[in-house]
Design a protein around this ligand. Structure first.
Ligand SMILES: [Zn+2]
Length: 417
């Protein structure tokens, strides 16, 4: 979430929840430096129009006003369901990133009959913003709720920006915890799973050809903020096709994460990170996360596209809403196929994954990647090479050395003749 949106969120919260009528007056002054630093990537007139219409809103805006149905308040959006329930989107701050943006996760509050369900929690840093969002639900949308009222917590998948907030949310609520059976272990035995995962990542990085000192730096980054997550017993480990809390139907879509599930409520799909706007969800080779891998992911795209008829709205965990889930799924599939073609073009001789990844981002995408993104880039391209080898059969291991054959050896890929 960029800093401009975050500033607007704060101004909206201060005005409509705390009743501070001067909130938007300071907004212009606060946004000016961000506009001048980022004018090339920001649509300033669009934001100015939003701020002007924010100014004209009454103290208690109508729920069906255009402003609320377009922007919500502090990013909190309300979606009434045809079956009578309501979904609220509550974006939460997950972790800091750069001067320009931070990582945020959209959590969802489902009010179905008398039951309150929280879908995802953000991280251990998300408590303040989740509580703020719930205040917006109470004060602006007239649905009086607190975190303590939540009876069920459903986790879409076991990635830290979705479940790390269990640390405060489980203590506040004592809620029943739901997750797909393939991800239940990660939540309940987190410290042990984390240690095992670290070993797999280290081996993967060694085999990819990453220099030793760089591997150590990444291993430190990987543990950051996650070390003292204790793990929580899962009340219900669910499966594909099950109906869970609030009558939500589970659609298991492994790939981005083994236990990732989309949740269907009437004609709305909660998508987790399976289908996102603007980006292709991050991929991992299944060699270090079984249940991941590009083949599983592509199959899950077809699965969700084939179930998207009659779906009016897709609600993802990051970025904007998706109105045509089938179309967006096919676009993502297409982007992966493009990436595969680009990878083939550059495989003119045997290369390590480290080399392939550097070349791809430098020559095909025109960017030098730095920091934690370098690890993510290796995972992403690693997932592609694995798929091109195992499923498509268009690349093979040079010198007959595969990731399985020797845990210490450097693995190199070459094109099949
Ligand atoms: Zn995520």
């Amino acid at each position: 979430m960029d800093k401009i949106s975050q500033k607007i969120f704060t101004a909206e919260f201060n005005r409509f929840v705390l009743g501070d009528i001067t909130a938007q007056q300071d907004l212009d002054a606060e946004l000016m430096p961000l506009f001048s630093q980022n004018f090339l990537r920001v649509d300033v007139p669009l934001i100015q129009r939003r701020i002007r219409s924010l100014r004209e809103l009454p103290k208690k805006p109508q729920l069906d006003s255009i402003y609320l149905s377009t922007h919500g308040v502090r990013g909190v959006m309300r979606y009434p369901l045809i079956g009578g329930g309501t979904i609220y989107k509550i974006p939460v701050f997950s972790f800091p990133m750069t001067d320009w943006k931070d990582h945020w996760t959209a959590t969802y509050l489902v009010a179905a009959g008398d039951t309150l369900i929280l879908v995802d929690t953000g991280t251990h840093l998300s408590e303040t913003s989740l509580r703020e969002g719930l205040e917006v639900v109470s004060r602006v949308y007239d649905e009086p709720v607190t975190l303590e009222d939540v009876e069920h917590i459903v986790i879409t998948h076991a990635h830290f920006d979705h479940f790390g907030g269990l640390r405060f949310a489980m203590e506040a609520t004592g809620a029943k915890l739901w997750v797909h059976e393939w991800d239940a272990h990660t939540l309940s035995n987190y410290p042990a799973e984390m240690t095992k995962g670290r070993e797999r990542i280290k081996r993967f990085l060694r085999q990819s050809g990453m220099p030793g000192p760089e591997i150590e730096t990444f291993m430190e980054m990987h543990v950051h903020g996650k070390a003292d997550f204790p793990g929580y017993p899962v009340t219900h480990a669910f499966r594909d096709g099950e109906r869970i809390a609030g009558g939500m139907e589970v659609i298991h879509t492994p790939g981005h994460c083994p236990g990732l599930c989309c949740l269907k409520l009437d004609d709305v799909l909660l998508l987790g990170d399976h289908v996102l706007n603007h980006v292709t969800p991050h991929q991992f080779p299944k060699i270090y996360t079984s249940g991941s891998g590009l083949l599983n992911y592509m199959n899950s795209l077809i699965k969700i596209a084939s179930r998207a008829e009659g779906i009016r709205l897709g609600l993802p965990s990051h970025y904007g809403d998706i109105h045509d889930v089938e179309r967006r799924s096919m676009e993502i599939m297409n982007e992966h196929n493009h990436r595969i073609a680009d990878l083939v073009k550059d495989l003119d001789r045997p290369k390590s994954l480290y080399r392939i990844t550097e070349d791809y981002y430098r020559f095909r995408r025109g960017r030098e990647i730095t920091g934690y993104e370098r690890l993510m880039a290796l995972e992403e391209i690693g997932a592609h090479m694995e798929y091109m080898n195992e499923t498509l059969g268009i690349v093979r291991f040079a010198d007959g050395i595969s990731p399985e054959s020797d845990p210490e050896a450097l693995v190199r890929y070459e094109s099949c003749p």
